[in-house]
Ligand binder design. Structure first.
Ligand code: NAP
Length: 296
């Protein structure tokens, strides 16, 4: 019996980036499509530097219904979309394109994805003093996710200019009191939640964590690392050893994909259907990590 057949009515979605081989998005989206019986396939599209505009125009001409966007293109799409959704304006980056009548609309689902992951772990940020280590794309999404309800935000970064740019962008949308520190500084007040958003803890830096981590985690109740490979970074291991609640970045990755899937196919995904899919992704990532299969 033929089980999974691609017919002429299937739509195509995918992800563009460079490099793209490590992406988990095809696995997540294809599992979602199967679970919700959406006739659509999702594939990785490696796009060489200098070919972004051709790729977007070509994708639209080919009727590609939705695209996710990863490094290095998230901040390069503003002029290639017909409309930028508020979610993308806030964080200054697009990670999801959805085809409409005259072109793609650009969304950013990282912020919603992080909020959903925090809620799932019962991590409350309302009225909390929050630390964010890093000022790259992941820090923008983190700031936007928590700023509305947080009491204060404290940014720690190696390059002061990058932290200042982040705060300037966010001040256009949020009035949360915010301070900037170097990685060596200690905040004036104890922090309740600390988000680690740098790449320290993965790849060649897998044995490292930002130098401020130990002092920031002194009083914190929750430590979040946006890295998901490994699932337990040195930062999270240290936090755990201090009795701090921890969360890695896999939930954020999963739920940003779920939101993108919802935008692309105009459906709502229920939590009970999502749980086994999320578990499958977690099992896959930890299997690869334990087998020492490097995907990065
Ligand atoms: P990015 O834009 O390149 O920013 C990198 C940040 O890390 C910058 O603040 C940079 O500081 C800091 N940094 C890099 N190397 C450092 C070092 N040796 N010492 C101190 N600080 C250092 O990267 P990104 O897009 O924000 O991604 C950062 C991490 O978040 C990655 O590990 C990525 O996998 C993860 N992420 C996860 C998700 C998810 O869904 N879970 C989503 C997005 C990103 P400077 O400003 O000084 O350069």
């Amino acid at each position: 019996m033929i089980k999974e057949i691609i017919t002429g009515s299937h739509t195509v979605c995918g992800i563009i980036g460079n490099p793209i081989k490590h992406t988990l998005s095809p696995m997540i989206h294809n599992l979602l499509a199967k679970a919700y019986a959406v006739p659509s396939i999702y594939v990785p599209f490696p796009v060489e530097n200098g070919h972004l505009e051709d790729a977007i125009k070509g994708a639209y001409a080919l009727g590609i219904k939705g695209l996710n966007v990863t490094m290095p293109y998230k901040q390069q799409l503003e002029d290639l979309v017909v409309e930028m959704h508020e979610s993308a304006k806030q964080v200054g980056a697009i990670n999801t394109l959805v085809a409409k009548e005259k072109g793609y609309i650009g969304y950013n689902t990282d912020c919603l994805g992080l909020q959903m992951a925090l809620q799932e772990e019962n991590i409350e940020w309302e009225g909390k003093n929050v630390g964010i280590i890093g000022s790259g794309g992941a820090a923008y999404a983190t700031f936007a996710a928590i700023a509305k309800k947080a009491k204060s935000i404290h940014i720690f970064n190696r390059t002061p200019m990058h932290a200042q740019a982040l705060v300037k962008q966010m001040q256009a949308y949020f009035s949360t009191p915010t301070n900037i520190y170097s990685l060596e500084e200690v905040p004036a007040i104890p922090l309740d939640i600390v988000f680690q958003t740098t790449g320290l803890g993965m790849g060649n830096n897998k044995e490292k964590m930002p130098i401020c981590s130990t002092s920031l985690l002194n009083d914190a109740a929750v430590a979040v690392d946006l890295i998901y490979e490994p699932m337990q970074t040195v930062f999270l291991q240290y936090a755990k050893s201090k009795g701090v609640q921890t969360m890695n970045g896999l939930g954020m990755l999963f739920y940003q994909a779920v939101k993108a899937f919802e935008y692309m196919h105009d459906i709502h995904c229920e939590t009970k259907v999502l749980a086994p899919i999320k578990q499958e992704i977690e099992d896959y990532v930890s299997y690869l990590w334990n087998k020492k299969v490097s995907r990065l």
